[in-house]
Design a protein around this ligand. Structure first.
Ligand SMILES: CC(C)(COP(=O)(O)OP(=O)(O)OC[C@H]1O[C@@H](n2cnc3c(N)ncnc32)[C@H](O)[C@@H]1OP(=O)(O)O)[C@@H](O)C(=O)NCCC(=O)NCCS
Length: 396
């Protein structure tokens, strides 16, 4: 039975505290930790769902960016979706997420991305699978010994300046070579340099005048288990830069037993090793929603050297302005969208997300019955959205 719910930001710090408490209980973390999270982020990032006077749950909106086709697409991350146990399985989360999508659409947000604990919930409001997030691991003894060909210099004192890392990240245009990569929210940068437990270390590659990459990592000594170096974030401008990172990690081998990192199922760090010695420990998939069709398709990048039109017919029961026919015109690697056209490729909004990120090709989606398209439109869309397998190293 669906009840009548309301959606809004917290009206007072007290309401934000109730939301934080429900999130803490739902994610099995200390209330104080969750309260600090929502206070640091700002209560204007919080949304609550109510039934009558009761606050039943909430979520957090994180405005940032994500790279697709070599271009930054404005993206709102959704996190901490939580409903108090007494309010569950009655449609509260579906209402909350639906209202959040409509709010984002009204604000013109192009896309939204999240990590689903319950995939069905997000499918119902138009999110589709977007890319991978994998945990990789290798014994340091398995890394070939060599000297880094690029210098590494400490980015100290790290706790003072996440902005410095952000600048290096921007200078390298790391995301341009890495579909799905995050242009992090300042809170996520802050969390990288100040994780709350243990110390973070950060090194630049090359020189500060001409950075070739960076790495941020933590170390953990387990009295009874392996001592681990966990890479929290990295970027590298070239294969030489990646090889220098590996050589740097190998230099930790007298005390560090294992190196761990998060990346993609097709992972550039793992693939830079001469042998397939790294193990894929776990793999999950994030989901993306095309919130505003016109801006999402216009902000993404496309292959250069094409001048083509793709005629889409989009089905979006939740956001009226996305519903119907659109023509995507691609020229010089950029796209423009106008209403109308023949509707050669009929696509529900969740499948459009999977196509948009490049996780599945239009031809594969057609074979699976997820889209309905003329053979010519399916093969054109396959080319337009093709790229490396999308992945993200950050969890939020
Ligand atoms: C996951 C959670 C937000 C769902 O809230 P809810 O209000 O019970 O969800 P809804 O009633 O709107 O259900 C939405 C859909 O998800 C399904 N669903 C809900 N809880 C589920 C669960 N634990 N496992 C699998 N499916 C679930 C529902 O059956 C429904 O699908 P249906 O309409 O096809 O039947 C809630 O259980 C919760 O807060 N859990 C702890 C925190 C968490 O895991 N949050 C999700 C982070 S991504």
């Amino acid at each position: 039975m669906y009840r009548t719910y309301r959606y809004s930001p917290p009206a007072s710090p007290g309401e934000a505290a109730i939301g934080a408490k429900i999130m803490a209980q739902s994610f099995v973390v200390a209330v104080e930790q969750e309260q600090t999270y929502v206070d640091t982020l700002g209560h204007d990032h919080l949304r609550l769902v109510r039934h009558g006077d009761d606050i039943l749950g909430g979520l957090v909106l994180l405005p940032m960016g994500q790279w697709f086709g070599g271009q930054r697409v404005t993206m709102t991350g959704v996190g901490s979706v939580a409903i108090a146990p007494q309010g569950r399985e009655q449609g509260a989360a579906t209402f909350l997420m639906g209202a959040a999508v409509q709010e984002m659409a009204q604000a013109g947000v192009p896309i939204s991305t999240l990590y689903p604990a319950v995939q069905r919930l997000y499918h119902q409001v138009g999110y589709g699978l977007g890319g991978t997030y994998c945990l990789w691991d290798i014994a340091t003894a398995q890394i070939p010994e060599q000297r880094p060909s690029l210098d590494l210099y400490p980015l100290y004192p790290i706790a003072l300046d996440p902005h410095q890392l952000l600048q290096v990240d921007r200078q390298l245009s790391w995301g341009q070579t890495h579909p799905g990569g995050l242009d992090r929210h300042p809170f996520l940068w802050q969390r990288l340099v100040n994780p709350g437990e243990g110390d973070s270390f950060a090194y630049g590659l090359g020189s500060s005048q001409s950075p070739q990459g960076y790495v941020i990592y933590r170390q953990n000594r387990d009295r009874y288990g392996p001592t681990t170096l966990t890479i929290q974030a990295w970027a590298a401008a070239s294969q030489v830069a990646i090889a220098s990172l590996w050589a740097f990690f190998a230099q930790h081998r007298s005390q560090i037993d294992r190196i761990q990192w998060t990346g993609g199922v097709v992972d550039p760090l793992a693939m830079a090793l001469p042998e397939q010695r790294a193990s894929l420990r776990s793999s999950t998939q994030w989901m993306t929603r095309i919130v505003t069709v016109e801006t999402a398709l216009a902000q993404r990048g496309y292959p250069h050297g094409l001048a083509v039109e793709l005629h889409l017919d989009i089905q979006d029961p939740l956001v009226d302005t996305n519903q119907g026919r659109f023509v995507l015109t691609v020229r010089d690697g950029r796209g423009q969208v106008a209403p109308g056209g023949r509707g050669d490729l009929v696509v529900p909004i969740d499948a459009l997300a999977t196509l948009f990120t490049g996780l599945r090709s239009a031809q594969a989606l057609r074979t699976l019955g997820r889209i309905d398209a003329t053979p010519a439109a399916a093969s054109l869309a396959t080319v337009l959205f093709a790229g490396d397998s999308p992945w993200m190293a950050d969890f939020f």
